[in-house]
Write a protein that binds this ligand. Structure first.
Ligand code: AMP
Ligand code: MG
Ligand code: MG
Length: 309
């Protein structure tokens, strides 16, 4: 399918290149040492120069090539033209070579909604927990997450080799997921991954109710979904508002592309239409397998505290 790729494949191919550019911006701001940290409205809710520049880069690059897309980014930024050196006009050729799933082959540019988290795990970024950091681009059609790109700017940073730093995962349900090796948690172990900086009693009570063998507390929604698909965790459990649509759209698409599920704590799917509210008010429950088990363990008190949209 190299002749005239479907719009969905062209958008994903661009999103891949754009996410890599954003990852390089995230690295270079860190190298500069001038993070430009701003406190947003919530607790532990930060924005840095990297969040701002990466979002400008992603949104300007995608809207230049695809002017009819609806693009929703996390950061509130002044409406000014992005500097030319922030623009990425490349496309991942190997994505253009793949055949679009038939159900998306006639989708038009103006029917797609793109959710952008330019830097997921900002608090961890400012604390040097660099493997928690991701760049997230999710593509939705008719309210469903149909494609996702996750860039990990600091993948392999522990090795200290600048040359191999960073990687990009992507996926489309119905086509597959690429850029990583799908793995499962060995045996029947319940390893729960959850927040490290946005916890409260309901969040921890809900984790405990799953009777985990092990609990991992790390930053970032993208990072936790990568843990699921690489067999490091069996469930991502976050029984609280706080995550937004840009945190979950891209990761959900990749997770679904390998047979996983992402819902609220009631087991209901989130919708990614352009006009939905941004907050995932009823929490996040994501698994590769056994979603029903985890949903069935959510305490009544948690379900009452978190109402579905
Ligand atoms: P965490 O697992 O705490 O790293 O959260 C995953 C994503 O949701 C990150 O983008 C966080 O910024 C966001 N998030 C979760 N809880 C909150 C909160 N209470 N306030 C602001 N952002 C939150
Ligand atoms: Mg985020
Ligand atoms: Mg962010």
């Amino acid at each position: 399918m190299s002749g005239n790729p479907a719009v969905v494949m062209r958008v994903v191919a661009s999103a891949y290149a754009v996410a890599e550019k954003a990852g390089s911006i995230v690295r270079s701001v860190l190298r500069s040492g001038e993070l430009g940290i701003v406190q947003k409205t919530g607790v532990n809710d930060l924005q840095t120069l990297a969040d701002r520049l990466a979002q400008q880069s992603i949104c300007a690059s995608l809207s230049r090539r695809f002017p009819k897309l609806t693009i929703i980014g996390e950061e509130d930024l002044p409406d000014e033209e992005a500097k030319e050196d922030l623009i990425e006009d490349g496309q991942a050729e190997d994505i253009l070579q793949k055949t679009c799933p038939v159900q998306y082959s006639d989708v038009k540019e103006e029917e797609l909604v793109v959710w952008v988290d330019p830097l997921d795990g900002t608090k961890e970024y400012t604390e040097g927990l660099l493997d928690n950091v991701t760049v997230l681009i999710g593509i939705a059609y008719k309210g469903k997450a149909i494609a996702g790109v996750i860039n990990q700017p600091f993948y392999n940073y522990q090795l200290g080799a600048e040359a191999d730093l960073g990687r990009t995962l992507w996926g489309i349900p119905g086509l597959g997921a690429f850029g990583f090796q799908l793995q499962e948690v060995p045996g029947e172990r319940r390893i729960i991954t959850t927040t490290r900086s946005h916890s409260n009693k309901i969040v921890t009570d809900c984790v405990d109710a799953m009777e985990p063998h092990e609990v991992i507390r790390v930053g970032g929604a993208g990072n936790k979904i990568v843990q699921l698909v690489e067999g490091k965790a069996s469930a991502y459990v976050f029984a609280s508002p706080g995550c937004k649509k840009w945190d979950t759209c891209g990761p959900e698409a990749i997770l679904r592309a390998v047979g996983g599920e992402l819902t609220d704590m009631h087991g209901n799917a989130y919708s990614y239409h352009a006009n939905v509210k941004h907050m995932n008010s009823a929490g996040v429950l994501a698994t590769l397998h056994n979603h029903q088990y985890y949903a069935s363990r959510v305490p009544q008190s948690v379900l009452q505290a978190l109402t579905s949209d």
